[in-house]
Each structure stands twice: as structure tokens, then as C-alpha cells.
Design a protein around this ligand. Structure first.
Ligand SMILES: Cc1ncc(COP(=O)(O)O)c(C=O)c1O
Length: 413
């Protein structure tokens, strides 16, 4: 990697540049993919040395060049000492939690986090000797009173999926540091272009790279970035659990990240415009986009986020029936899960990750909540599609539903 990599370049430049050892790789501008799972040694002694020294180019589960380049790219973007990459966001999250939560330890986690992160924490809690306290991580006093002598880490997801609550990373990190507790932040919804948790004091930042980092809905991956001493046990656990990212997938992620800055800029701007459109609609019951002044956590969000992300959550008057009608009336925006791709997609979270969890952990993902992940289509087409779908809803909603109290809502607060 060149000398120029860390100091003063803008995130867009850092994301676009491919870092290669040019001489070793015959100077290709795009990174080559090394598919080999094993590497040769010139002698038995060198073979032993490579293994005993923890060489990355020994066996693919221990590391490979494409993965290394991707890790370095993420470390640079997150201003981290180092990074590790994984086969999925969940591989990253579960490996990091297992590495840092031995039996007898305690973790404080957000009561509203990605459903499967919630599940892995509950799995650790149920008979595996880890104590978990779920709190509203926007409430510092709640976190402070949940701290125990054996608390090892505080797990934040901000903005969180799907209700877009925003926790104050800097304030939580100060509180945690005083007590020698680590702070892990799932920053998937913000991307490194929208928020820098390590700069705010977090110990580790995690991403589902499947989302905006990859950006094309054709590759899965996960990353964690932080200080080398925090990463070391995670790397050791990864070697055992084996959630390694394939070279081809690493390459696709590297390619996706090259355009992350320009995609994020467009997506964040379009998301904001669509949030404003929704805000103007009398049909909208509740609306969450972190950088809208009406968002309950706007003050914190505007302090810690340089971009609001590409996801909007909202609910409609008339409840789940009208939410379904909206989805079924869309022509351009497609019904699909996940987020951060080129195409705009929409879903009803309650029917998916939260289905059958009754009552679900935080009681705030209401049955009518709609999650919109904004893509790269022209904003005029997206606005037109959303507007015509809202009109379809409007023409079917009764006066009493429009003006009365919506009782179906268990509103995110
Ligand atoms: C906030 C957040 N974290 C983690 C994950 C898990 O990532 P993956 O699906 O890549 O395993 C997701 C997936 O939707 C997510 O939204």
C-alpha cells in the first residue's frame, strides 16, 4: 500500500483507490483474484515457519490476498488500525460477540437491533452463561444503571433496523470507557460515508457489507474494524468458526466500495427527498429518517451523522391493510428485503424478521411499519411512483381512518 493512503485524502478518494503491491502483482489497476486455497513453501522448514508465524497466505480459511485488500480498504475508510472481513454481516457479528463474551460475562445491548443479532444474543443468554441486558440505548441513564462489574461490552446499532432510532455513540463511549467496557457499533445503516463510530470513541465498528458497501445485491459479506488488540480474539475465533469470505466475493465487495461515495451521496439525497415527500402526506402516521428535524433523535443524529442513510421507515393511517395496499400499488419500487442496492425496495418488517416473535423484543416494530430502502433511480421517478401509490391508498381510506386515532399502532418512540 502506498505511503499516501492514510493522511489527508477524502473518503471518496480512499474508497475509489485500489491499494496493491504493484510490483508483486505486475501492476494491474484492478485487484487480481487469487482463488487458490493453499500456498506452497520452498522447504519443509519454510512451511513450518509460515504456519507457526500465522502467515496469511497459507490456507484460505486463515486469509487470502483479496480479503486482505478488502480489510485494508475498510480500515482506511473507518480510520481504524485494522479490519477483518467475514462471509456475512451475521458471521462478523456472531464471531465478534463470541470472541468477546466468555461465559460469566455481561453485555448491554440495544432493545431494538437487527432481529438476528437479537437472536444470537438471546442464544448466548440461554444456557451459554452470558448475561444480556436489553435497554433503550438512547437512554444513558438506563445504560449506566445496567452496568455491572462483569459488563464486557455495550452493543449499539445506530441507526437501528428497522425503526431508525439513533444512539449517542460519543456519550455511550465516554460512559463505557470510564468503566473499562468496550462499545461495539453496528453502523450498517450509516456506512462509513455517513458516520465514523471509532472517531466517536467506539471500540469496534461492524457492517453488513451485503448492504451499501457491496451495493449491488449480488454479494454477501461482513466487516469489523477497530484496534488490533480488540480484533485479535475476533480473528482467532474467525479461524475456528470459519466464516471466511470467498475471494470472488471479496473482489466484488472491493469493486462495490470503489463507488461507495458517489452511490451514498445519491442515495442519501434521494432518501431525504422521499422522506420529505412522505412528511407532506396526510396519510402518513409516523415517519423516521434520522436527519429529518422531526425525528425524535434528530439532535444526536445531526451531531454524529454526516449522511442520514438510505432507509426510511414509516407507517400509514389505516394500519397494515393500507401498508399492504401501498406496497401492492407501487410500479417501479419493488417488494424485496435487504437494503443498500441500486434498486429501491420496500418491505413490511413485521411480516418478515419479526414474524412469530410475539411479543417481539422491543414492542416497537408495529404491524403496519413500512421500510423503504432507496436506490439509485432518478428521484423524479421514485417520487412519482410513491405519490401514485399514496394516491391509491388515499382513494381507499375512509374519512374516519384519515382523521381518527389509529389504535393499531404501537408507535416507535
Ligand atoms: C443492521 C444490520 N446488521 C447486520 C445485518 C446482517 O447482515 P447479513 O445479512 O449480511 O448477515 C443486517 C441484515 O439485514 C442488518 O440490517
Amino acid at each position: 500500500m502506498g505511503e499516501e493512503r492514510r493522511p489527508t485524502m477524502a473518503a471518496a478518494t480512499l474508497a475509489a483507490r485500489t491499494y496493491l503491491d504493484g510490483a508483486r502483482n505486475n501492476r494491474p489497476l484492478s485487484s487480481p483474484i487469487v482463488r487458490g486455497t493453499i500456498y506452497t513453501a520452498s522447504s519443509a522448514e519454510e512451511h513450518a515457519c509460515l504456519y507457526q508465524g500465522g502467515a496469511k497466505t497459507f490456507y484460505q480459511r486463515f486469509g487470502h490476498p483479496s480479503e486482505e485488500q478488502l480489510a485494508e480498504k475498510v480500515a482506511v475508510l473507518e480510520s481504524a488500525e485494522s479490519a477483518l472481513v467475514f462471509a456475512s454481516g451475521m458471521a462478523a457479528i456472531s464471531t465478534a460477540l463470541l470472541a468477546h463474551l466468555p461465559p460469566g460475562s455481561h453485555v448491554i445491548a440495544g432493545e431494538q437491533i437487527f432481529a438476528q443479532t437479537d437472536e444470537i444474543l438471546r442464544w448466548l443468554e440461554s444456557g451459554r452463561g452470558v448475561d444480556v441486558t436489553f435497554v433503550d440505548t438512547r437512554d444513558l441513564r438506563g445504560i449506566a444503571s445496567a452496568l455491572r462489574p462483569n459488563t464486557r461490552l455495550i452493543y449499539l446499532e445506530t441507526p437501528c433496523n428497522p425503526t431508525l432510532r439513533v444512539s449517542d455513540i460519543a456519550a455511550v463511549s465516554i460512559l463505557a470507557r470510564e468503566r473499562g467496557v468496550m462499545v461495539f457499533v453496528d453502523s450498517t445503516f450509516a456506512t462509513p460515508m455517513g458516520q465514523k463510530p471509532l472517531g466517536l470513541g467506539a471500540s469496534l465498528v461492524l457492517h453488513s457489507a451485503t448492504k451499501l458497501l457491496g451495493g449491488h445485491m449480488d454479494v454477501m459479506g461482513g466487516v469489523v474494524a477497530g484496534a488490533t488488540d480488540v480484533l485479535k480474539p475476533i480473528g482467532e475465533m474467525k479461524r475456528l468458526l470459519g466464516g471466511v469470505l470467498d475471494p470472488q466475493a471479496s473482489w466484488l465487495l472491493l469493486r462495490g466500495i470503489k463507488t461507495l461515495a458517489v452511490r451514498s451521496e445519491r442515495v442519501f439525497a434521494s432518501a431525504r427527498a422521499l422522506a420529505e415527500l412522505l412528511q407532506r402526506s396526510p396519510l402518513v402516521e409516523s415517519l423516521y429518517y434520522p436527519l429529518l428535524p422531526t425525528h425524535p433523535d434528530f439532535e444526536v443524529a445531526s451531531r454524529q451523522m454526516s449522511g442520514g442513510g438510505g432507509v426510511i421507515s414509516f407507517s400509514l393511517k389505516g394500519g397494515p391493510a393500507q401498508a399492504r395496499r401501498l406496497l401492492n400499488s407501487l410500479r417501479l419500487i419493488q417488494i424485496a428485503s435487504s437494503l443498500g442496492g441500486v434498486e429501491t425496495v420496500i418491505e413490511l418488517p413485521y411480516d418478515l424478521d419479526w414474524y412469530g416473535k410475539d411479543p417481539h423484543p422491543a414492542g416497537a416494530v408495529n404491524t403496519g411499519l413500512i421500510r423503504l430502502s432507496v436506490g439509485l433511480e432518478d428521484i423524479r421517478d421514485l417520487s412519482a411512483d410513491l405519490s401514485q401509490a399514496l394516491e391509491c391508498v388515499g382513494s381507499n381510506i375512509s374519512e374516519s381512518q384519515l382523521h381518527g386515532n389509529s389504535t393499531y399502532l404501537n408507535r416507535p418512540s
